[in-house]
Design a protein. Structure first.
Length: 258
C-alpha cells in the first residue's frame, strides 16, 4: 500500500468520525431545545423586581369615558328613632376603568319607629332626636375589583365593586314640641357599592352608604314645659350642643350607561 493510500484512509476515517460527532451534537441540542426552562419563566414573569407585571382581563362592558344615571330606593340602616324609605338619584362619569366621580342626591320620608312609640307610651314624652331629610354629595369613585361569575353554568355575570368618598350638604329636622326646626350641615360620605351588568347600557347597583355630620341637638320640650301627661319637665337649658351623627343607608337601584 502506498503512502498516498494510507493518507487517504486516515483522512476518510477522520471525516467519518467528525460527521458522526456532529450528528450526535445536533441530536443533543435538539433534545435540549425541547425542554422548558422554568427558571427563566419565573425570572421573567414572577420576579419580585418585575413591577410592570399585571393581570390582563378582557372587559365586555367598559366604563371608561362614559356617563351614567342611577335611580335607587332604600332604607335607613342604623337610625335609632326613625323608619321609612329613602329615594335617590346619581349622575356620574368614569375617566377610565378605575376612577370616576359622582353627584348624588337622596331624599328621605321617615317617621317615628316602634322604639320612639314605646318610649312615648311608657314615659309620656318623646326622646330628643333629629330626623334625616335629604343630602347632596360630590364623590370620587375608585373601582379596584372587576370579575366574571358563572350563574348555574348557564350565563356569565359581569360585576365590579368599588368605593366612593365624598363631601356635601346634609339637611335634617330638629324635633321639638312647637314643631321641627330645619337645619343644614356639612357632611362626609363613605360608600361601598357593587353593580352587575346585564348589557352595554343597563346594570343593577347596590350601595351601602355611611355619612357623618355635626348636628345641633335640642330638648324636645322647652324648660318648664310639660310632657304629654301634664308633668313639668326640668328647667335645664334646652340647647344640648352639637354631636357627630352617623347615618347609614342601604340602597338598591338601576343604572343606565350612556
Amino acid at each position: 500500500m502506498t503512502k498516498l493510500s494510507i493518507i487517504g484512509l486516515i483522512l476518510s476515517a477522520a471525516l467519518v468520525s467528525t460527521s458522526a460527532w456532529a450528528q450526535q451534537e445536533a441530536k443533543t441540542e435538539a433534545r435540549d431545545s425541547d425542554k422548558l426552562d422554568i427558571r427563566k419563566l419565573e425570572q421573567k414573569y414572577w420576579s419580585a423586581k418585575d413591577d410592570d407585571f399585571s393581570v390582563v382581563q378582557n372587559r365586555r362592558y367598559v366604563k371608561a369615558s362614559r356617563f351614567y344615571l342611577t335611580g335607587s330606593a332604600g332604607i335607613p340602616f342604623n337610625d335609632p328613632y326613625s323608619t321609612g324609605s329613602i329615594m335617590g338619584a346619581s349622575l356620574g362619569y368614569f375617566l377610565n376603568e378605575r376612577w370616576g366621580f359622582e353627584l348624588n342626591y337622596n331624599s328621605a320620608s321617615l317617621s317615628d319607629n316602634d322604639a320612639v312609640k314605646q318610649f312615648v307610651d311608657t314615659y309620656g314624652a318623646i326622646p330628643n332626636h333629629n330626623v334625616y331629610k335629604s343630602s347632596y354629595y360630590l364623590s370620587g369613585i375608585w373601582v379596584p375589583f372587576y370579575a366574571k361569575m358563572s350563574f348555574i353554568d348557564r350565563a356569565i355575570i359581569y360585576f365590579d365593586m368599588g368605593l366612593s368618598v365624598g363631601a356635601g350638604t346634609l339637611n335634617y329636622d330638629i324635633t321639638q314640641n312647637e314643631g321641627p326646626i330645619s337645619k343644614s350641615t356639612f357632611g362626609y360620605k363613605l360608600g361601598i357599592f357593587q353593580q352587575i351588568f346585564f348589557s352595554e347600557h343597563w346594570a343593577i347597583r347596590m350601595d351601602l352608604i355611611n355619612t357623618w355630620s355635626s348636628q345641633e341637638k335640642l330638648k324636645y320640650y322647652a324648660p318648664g314645659g310639660t310632657t304629654g301627661g301634664g308633668q313639668v319637665t326640668d328647667t335645664t337649658p334646652r340647647d344640648l350642643g352639637s354631636e357627630t351623627v352617623n347615618d347609614t343607608s342601604l340602597m338598591l337601584g338601576v343604572t343606565f350607561w350612556y
